[in-house]
Design a protein around this ligand. Structure first.
Ligand code: RIB
Length: 292
């Protein structure tokens, strides 16, 4: 019980708060700069650990200052970093982020060491996968590594959760190996071709995703909550109105808490409710790993 393995990216986020996001060729004077811990994988691992899970992380950093700080951050949250590889001569991942006055962001990532994660990194972390209850992955490390981890976890009968962010087309063989997929609106659109502008379209996108063979679909809808389709049941999870400061990492908070709740034995519906609460709280704070 309670054991989550997160396989994914580790970044340092360089965040500038701006009155509005710049257009091409435009310079916008920012109001503040923050250097904070990020990376979808690391953010999700932190959220799962804060939600009470015993977390092991599989990923990579460079042997540099940012990598050392990122590892120390994970370790301070009691996350097992034994399966985080450190590479010489490769920079750790960095994300450049702008957050506007309404909390909306745009992000570009220099993946650095994150792209060094390979199927052999996954094989080296086999003991953690064998020991886990839930495996949680995203798409900021190479797809071959993601596929290798999912295949192994599926073979072992684990609960496999894929947060398909940032979205990219996925191989047909992957879908039936997933217990749950958790796209946001734009990721679901890319994966299905459905434009998710109405409730009917969201439900249709979930049906299309399920028809690919995945067990359940949970589409996150930002301030509008989420939509869960398990095949046996369909359910809208209501968004919680909050004062938005920074939406960066809200999806990560959602996925980390979701994985922790599933590992703790909550039903998918209850886990999704808890995840929804966590995401609502996350947007009230600056930074991708906000706490408290
Ligand atoms: O989901 C937010 C994260 O995306 C940021 O922390 C950034 O590092 C990018 O990976």
């Amino acid at each position: 019980m309670n054991r989550v393995v997160v396989i994914g990216s580790i970044n340092t986020d360089m965040v500038v708060q701006v009155p509005h996001l710049p257009g091409p060729g435009e310079t916008v004077l920012g109001t503040a700069f923050h250097q904070v811990h990020g990376g979808k994988g690391a953010n999700q691992a932190m959220a799962a650990a804060q939600a009470g899970a015993q977390v092991a992380f599989v990923g990579g950093v460079g042997r540099d200052v940012l990598g050392a700080q990122a590892l120390a951050n994970l370790q301070a949250a009691s996350i097992d970093t034994m399966y985080v590889q450190q590479w010489d001569g490769v920079p750790s991942g960095v994300a450049l982020i702008m957050v506007d006055a309404g909390g909306e962001n745009c992000i570009s990532v220099a993946a650095g060491a994150n792209v060094q994660v390979t199927p052999s990194s996954i094989a080296a972390a086999d003991a953690a996968i064998v020991d886990s209850d839930v495996i949680l992955l995203q798409l900021e490390i190479p797809l071959e590594a993601v596929c290798a981890a999912i295949a192994r976890a599926h073979e072992l009968g684990k609960t496999v959760v894929l947060n398909p962010a940032p979205a990219q087309p996925l191989p047909d063989a992957l879908w039936p190996q997933l217990s749950l997929i958790t796209p946001n609106r734009s990721e679901a659109a890319l994966l299905t071709g459905v434009v998710l502008e109405t409730r009917a379209a969201i439900a249709e996108a979930a049906r299309v995703l399920r028809s690919k063979g995945v067990g359940s679909v949970l589409i996150t809808l930002g301030g509008d909550g989420a939509y869960l389709d398990t095949g046996a049941q369909q359910r809208w999870i209501t968004g919680k109105p909050v004062e938005v400061v920074d939406t960066t990492g809200a999806g990560d908070a959602f996925n980390g808490v979701l994985a922790a709740a599933l590992a703790a034995g909550y039903t998918l519906t209850d886990a999704a409710q808890r995840a929804n609460e966590a995401a609502a709280h996350a947007v009230t704070q600056m930074g991708a790993q906000s706490t408290g």
